[in-house]
Design a binder for this molecule. Structure first.
Ligand code: SF4
Length: 651
């Protein structure tokens, strides 16, 4: 079906679905280029509904970068809600891009953003609806190249059957290189501009992509297994594919996006966003984002202020979020917040600063920004006993939390949200009871200031061991153990002023087996999707029965991937993906955790995690102040005091 027929069909379909504005496009700042006149066409796909996809910063960055290229157009596509999916299928209308209403199959490239594993089956729904063969092995020269990137692709192999090439790491530079490589090869291969005549052409493109730093093309790697089902090795099967694929990073954060698309409907985060810092040096052992986004790089206060100005001017948003994994660690946080509060004092602009440390300085910062009085103050202590805090390397004494809570309540906030995590295999019921006790103690502080109006909301997630973290060897906690811990919290955290939310154990199990799965999960994902698994992140659609049946039919067990303690010398399905942080560093950290030993923030003391040797050249060619890691010492200067070394870039 072509664009005019799709538009005609939409006139009939859209009045029959919930929130039709999800599917119309035409929003302020969306970019509509001339399809015929633009030689390279990319669809940027977020495999969840519009409201979530529109809040994804990664996709907004790529949309901006690609649309700035004169010879490229980038358009958006999201997963339709089941009512729209049914209408599209009934009318045989393919899934189309919002900007020009072209079917997915018409694009040269489809780029999926995969921030978390619960979105995997939505990729299949979108490819299927878009008229693109689900299996990479069934695509030929007529089909788009399907790529995927994002935090859930640092262990790419569970999705290897469906994706032609994965981008490992940060996409800002590599996306341009990918587009260039495909464009050049297409024009070389074919006399007809941008048509690939045969499979050979497609293979040539994929071989070229495999040579781009940070790109993993699964078909060029073979996986061998041991008799016990664990991975023996993953080895390249063609010349030119690297033995290990090292993640891409941008040495200096590029200018932030400012022309955000302004949606017609309310989306999850209806705001502009500027990333003030990327990476985290705290070393929380469970935190996947903390490890995979190292090293820490910061933006200057001036750049952030200019970006906020531009965002307000170009979007009209009244909310701007200053994003980072740990805002309090941004070196110039005081200066930044003071400058913003001064500059926007009498403007209708709400600035939010998520991920603040539990200390009274954070309350000062939030107060200066005049943010959060309606929504509450959020802290993430994660654990409530010294033993568990040592295990996870996140140490916040009770007194510090209570003092900060008192400060928050006394300055007018009435609600505090606390995020905890249960489910570490060494956790006892006493550790869980301590969570309830601590939440009640915080409420007690609130009552002193606000009486019955004080509120403490406790969000209690379940720990999922993630690849590339110090806890990648740990098993997922048993289902009955998690239920018992949740029962305790539900019994304890009830009544006025307390609210508890939690994750259902089956959903945690899904995340756990997909996170640390191997390539054999491809057929499981496909079968589960055929059996009705879709929109897995949505409680009302989540279908664990489909997954269990799919596992059984493939002769595999979810528990093998999720609940098995893994020996220290096991080869992991993601060992051929190099995030810069070394496996032996993570192993040492895991052993330290078992012994209850902690590490300080690595800005205070570099623990030689591997980032510097991995990115030596990049670090040496980047101004010293751009990264938080220490400068690289050239070999002839090793042994000389660090303070006597002048970084190359500063010399
Ligand atoms: S190289 Fe050192 S400072 Fe940099 S992230 Fe690793 S441990 Fe931290």
């Amino acid at each position: 079906m072509n664009k005019p027929s799709i538009e005609q069909a939409l006139d009939r379909i859209l009045p029959q679905v919930e929130k039709p504005a999800r599917y119309t496009g035409g929003e302020f700042n969306s970019v509509v280029k001339d399809w015929e006149a633009t030689p390279f066409r990319a669809a940027l796909a977020f495999p969840d509904i519009y409201e979530l996809g529109m809040s994804n910063l990664g996709l907004a960055i790529l949309y901006d970068i690609l649309n700035r290229q004169s010879n490229v157009l980038a358009e958006r596509v999201y997963t339709p809600w089941p009512d729209m999916e049914a209408q599209l299928r009934a009318a045989s209308v393919p899934l189309y891009s919002l900007e020009t209403k072209h079917p997915l199959s018409d694009f040269d490239l489809i780029g999926f953003s995969l921030p978390y594993e619960q979105l995997y089956t939505n990729v299949l729904t979108m490819l299927d609806l878009g008229g693109v063969p689900l299996l990479a092995s069934e695509r030929d020269g007529r089909h788009p190249i399907v790529i995927a990137g994002g935090h859930a692709t640092y262990n790419p192999d569970p999705m290897a059957a469906f994706v032609d090439a994965f981008v490992i790491g940060e996409g800002e530079e590599v996306i341009v290189e990918i587009v260039e490589a495909i464009s050049n090869l297409k024009s070389q291969i074919s006399n007809t501009k941008y048509q690939i005549p045969n499979d050979k052409g497609r293979l040539a493109i994929l071989r070229r992509l495999a040579q781009i730093s940070g790109v993993y093309v699964p078909r060029f790697y073979d996986v061998a297994y041991n008799d016990d089902g664990t991975v023996k090795n993953v080895t390249p099967n063609v010349e030119g594919a690297p033995v290990r694929v090292t993640k891409r990073i941008v040495p200096i954060l590029p200018p932030p996006v400012t022309r955000f698309i302004v949606p017609f409907v309310d989306v999850t985060h209806n705001r502009a966003v500027v990333e003030i810092q990327r990476g985290c040096t705290r070393g929380c052992r469970f935190c996947h984002a903390g490890f995979v986004t190292r090293p820490v790089r910061e933006r200057s206060v001036e750049e952030i202020l200019e970006a906020v100005d531009a965002m307000v001017r170009e979007t009209g948003f009244e909310q701007v979020a200053l994003l980072s994994l740990s805002s309090s660690d941004y070196s110039h946080i005081g200066d930044l917040v003071r400058a913003i509060s001064y500059k926007y004092a009498d403007k209708h602009l709400s600035i939010s600063l998520p991920s603040l440390r539990i200390e009274s300085f954070s309350v000062d910062l939030a107060e200066m920004l005049k943010d959060g009085r309606q929504t509450g103050f959020t802290f993430a202590p994660e654990a409530a006993t010294e033993a568990m805090r040592r295990r996870i390397n996140k140490f916040i004494p009770d007194q510090q939390l209570l003092d900060t809570a008192r400060e928050v309540f006394s300055r007018g906030w009435r609600t505090i949200k606390l995020y905890f995590m249960i489910g570490h295999p060494d956790e006892t019921l006493d550790d869980v009871q301590a969570i309830a006790d601590l939440a009640k103690a915080v409420l007690k502080e609130g009552r002193k200031a606000h009486g019955k109006a004080a509120q403490v909301n406790v969000g209690c997630s379940t720990f999922v061991p993630k690849p590339h973290t110090s806890f990648q060897w740990l098993p997922l906690d048993g289902e009955e153990s998690v239920r018992e811990k949740q029962r305790l919290l539900k019994n304890q955290l009830r009544g006025p002023g307390l609210k508890l939310s939690w994750t259902e154990p089956e959903q945690t199990l899904l995340e756990a087996f997909l996170s640390r799965g191997d390539r054999r999960l491809g057929p499981v994902i496909l079968r589960a999707w055929q059996l009705g698994a879709k929109l897995d992140g949505w409680g009302e659609h989540f279908n664990i029965g489909a997954w269990r049946q799919a596992f059984a039919e493939q002769g595999l067990a979810p528990e093998f991937y999720a609940r098995r303690p893994r020996p220290m010398d096991e080869v992991f399905p993601w060992d051929h993906i190099d995030i810069g942080v070394r496996k032996n560093f993570l192993g040492r950290d895991y052993v330290m955790s078992q012994a209850g030993e902690t590490r300080v923030d690595c800005r205070e003391h570099c623990f030689a995690c591997g980032i510097l040797p991995t990115f030596t050249k990049t670090r040496m060619n980047t101004p010293a102040e751009a990264w938080e890691c220490p400068p690289v010492v050239p070999p002839h200067l090793r042994g000389v005091k660090q303070s006597d070394v002048i970084p190359l870039a500063a010399a």
